[in-house]
Design a protein around this ligand. Structure first.
Ligand code: 6CS
Ligand code: FE
Length: 300
């Protein structure tokens, strides 16, 4: 008898064709009924819009302490370190990665129930940090982050199977219209954009400075914006935060203001959604970009 071999198609295949395509999300946004710090109406808004703006997740004093630590790290880091990313046009520090493992101040804020509790509530149970970084977006010349869905990259390049991750971006400096605040396409998390093209080898070496693969076309952006509720850019003072789904289309423009736009970006993934082999077939990115050593956040 012939064993039946069933090829299970990857629902989130991307960068496999020369044309982009819009597909339906296959996963819930809120996983189950887990207690946490968010009120019901906040959860419902996150489910509907794909993001939630929190005007005061941390106090301004806490944000100031985190900012001082971030600046201390940036001043001390050797730019040749793996987990340090430099701006595409110079040598200012753009991002420092894996701060949940390398720094006690940042580790503590990851574990804080006001932060981790949100991720557990949305993802329905125990979570770990898939990625953490401080983004500096330096004064006057800090470059943009082009439009992208984080999940698209994490699925193709890291092997994240399902949409069961959530990001919390905590503003350490004020975010306003002059310094390139986070922009999100409201409602875009319900649609998955399969991007055109193929992933180059060692893509991360360029993508973290300027992403050019795994990004939507103008037509894909138009579709998301028109079928959703448009583009939002929540403003906020230090200590404010934006929680957003792993598939929400987002990006930010450059910083033309004379002050850095610094934020702490934390990605929580469910322990039940651990990484597999990358769905794009290349070798996995380094662990400072996609954690493979799973430690539940409260055991960090
Ligand atoms: O590489 C990452 O994990 C993240 N960074 C960028 C610039 N794009 C994809 C994803 O959000
Ligand atoms: Fe992103």
């Amino acid at each position: 008898m012939n064993a039946q071999v069933t090829e299970v198609a990857d629902p989130y295949a991307s960068r496999v064709a020369s044309q982009w395509e819009a597909a339906q999300r296959q996963d819930p946004v809120i996983w189950g009924d887990h207690p946490g710090p968010l009120a019901d109406d906040q959860l419902q808004r996150h489910k509907r819009d794909g993001y939630l703006s929190l005007p005061q997740l941390l106090s301004s004093a806490e944000a100031a302490a985190l900012l001082a630590e971030a600046n201390r790290l940036a001043a001390a880091i050797d730019p040749a370190e793996d987990d340090c990313i430099i701006e595409p046009n110079g040598n200012a520090v753009r991002s420092i990665f894996r701060v949940h493992r390398t720094n006690d101040t940042f580790r503590a804020i990851c574990r804080d129930p006001r932060v981790a509790g949100i991720a557990r509530q949305i993802l329905g149970g125990e979570v770990y940090l898939h990625q953490s970084r401080v983004n500096f977006k330096p004064p006057v010349n800090g470059k943009e982050f082009f439009w992208h869905s984080d999940f698209e990259t994490w699925h193709v390049e890291d092997g994240m199977p399902r949409m069961r991750a959530v990001s919390i971006s905590i503003n350490l400096t004020e975010n306003h219209e002059f310094n390139g605040p986070l922009m999100l396409v409201q409602g875009s998390h319900r649609t998955y954009i399969r991007c055109a093209g193929e992933t180059p080898d060692d893509h991360f070496k360029d993508s973290l400075r300027k992403q050019e693969y795994g990004v939507p076309t103008a037509e894909a952006m138009q579709l998301l914006v028109e079928q959703g509720e448009g583009i939002v850019a929540p403003k906020g003072s230090p200590g404010s935060a934006v929680v957003f789904d792993c598939n929400t289309m987002h990006g930010s423009t450059g910083n033309l203001s004379p002050y850095a736009r610094t934020n702490l970006f934390l990605v929580f993934n469910s322990v039940e959604n651990r990484l597999e082999a990358p769905f794009g077939g290349k070798r996995p990115r380094p662990e400072f970009l996609g954690e493979r050593d799973i430690v539940p956040v409260d055991k960090l």
